[in-house]
Design a protein around this ligand. Sequence first.
Ligand SMILES: *Cc1c(COP(=O)(O)O)cnc(C)c1O
Length: 399
Amino acid sequence: MKSFTKDFTQQEPICEEGIEKAVEIMRSGKLHRYNLAPEEKGETGLLEEEFAAYMGKKYCLACASCGSAMYLAMKSAGVKAGDKVLCNAYTLAPVPGAIENTGATIELVEITDEYTIDLEDLEKKAASGVSKWFLLSHMRGHIADMDRITAICNKYDLTLIEDCAHTMGATWGNKKSGSFGMSACFSTQTYKHMNSGEGGLLVTDDADLIARAIIHSGSYMLYERHPSRPNLETFEDINTLIPNYSSRMDHLRAAILRPQLRNIDEQCRRWNERYKILEQAINQIDGLTCPERDPKEGYVGSSIQFSLNGQSEETLKQFLATCFEQGVELKWFGNSQPVGFTSSYDSWEYFENLPDLPNTKCILSAMCDMRIPLTFTLDDCHLLGEIIKNVSQRVLVPR
Ligand SMILES: *Cc1c(COP(=O)(O)O)cnc(C)c1O
C-alpha cells in the first residue's frame, strides 16, 4: 500500500522580497511600530493601509494575533462583563478565549451538516433577546448564508463581528468575507493564509471603533502616527479612558506580510486547485462526504473536512490510525479530550453551564480535518485521495 511522506506542517518559505526587507529592518534596529522618522509610515502602517484597501474597508489595525484582534474588536464595540456573545459552537479555542477575556459569557449556537452555523438555532437565540453581540467564526473557511445572517442581525439588532482566520481572500456573493460585520479579524499565524509566525488584522468602517481599538492596542499617545485612522478629534475625548492592552504588531512581521498580501489571490487559487482534487476524490469514497458548498460561497480550501457517518468510534479511530501509518495526518473533532489545534466546545469548561448541543456533538464526532499546505503538489493531492480511499476500503464497515 502506498504511503505519503511529506510534512503536513511544512509551509512555503517567506518570499525573498520579504526576507530582504526584514533583514533591512533588523539592521536598522527599528522594529517597534512607532520607531519612525517624522512623516514615515513604516511597514506596519503601510500594511494597515494596504490591507484596508484590499478589503475595501476604511480602517485596519495590525495586532499581535487574531485572538487579540477579536478581543480588541469586542471591547471597542462595547462588549461588557456579564454580556452574552452568540457564537457558533464549531470554532477554535482562541475564539471563546477572546470572549472570556472581555468578561462576557458565550451563548453557543448549533451547527449544520455543512459545518456552518445553524440559522434556525441562531434566530431562536437572537429572538430570546439574551444577547446583542454575535461573534461569527468562519471556522475552517466554511461560510454560512451571509444574506440570511445579515437579515437576522438587522431584525434582532445584533452587532456582528467576523472571525475570518480561515477566510482571508474568500467571498460570499460579490462581497469579501470580513465585510459583513461591524468589524472583522484575520490571522497571520503560520497556518493561516499569510504567514508572519503570529499576527492579526482588524478591519472596520467604524471611526469610533477603530479609534478605541488603536488606543487599546497600545498606541500610548502616538495614535496620530497611524495612517489608517479617522481624524484626530475622534480620539480626543476618549484617549485617557481606554486602557492599553499592548497587542501591537511590529515592523518585522508587517514587512514579511506586505509582499504576501500582493500575492494572496493567487495563493487562494492554488489552495482551491488542491481542495477540488481532494474533494472529488473523497466524495467518491463510500462512507465519506465533504460538505456541499453554496454556489455563492467563494471559499478558500486551505484545509479540507469530511464526515464518516454511521461508523462506530472504534472504526473511526482505526481509520485515523491507519491513515496516520500511511503518512496521512488527519485530525478528528470528536475526541473527548482536546488534542493539538482541534478542540470541542465542551472542553471550554471555564464557562459555566455549557449547553448540550446534540446536533453539533453528533456532527463533530464524525468530522475529520486535513491541512492542505501549499508545499503539496497537485500529484500529492491525488496520492492523498488514493491513500484515503485504500484505507477506507480496508477499515470502514459497509453500511
Ligand atoms: C487560528 C484561529 C484563530 C486565532 O488566530 P491567532 O492569530 O492564532 O490568535 C481564530 N479563529 C480561528 C477559526 C482560527 O483558526
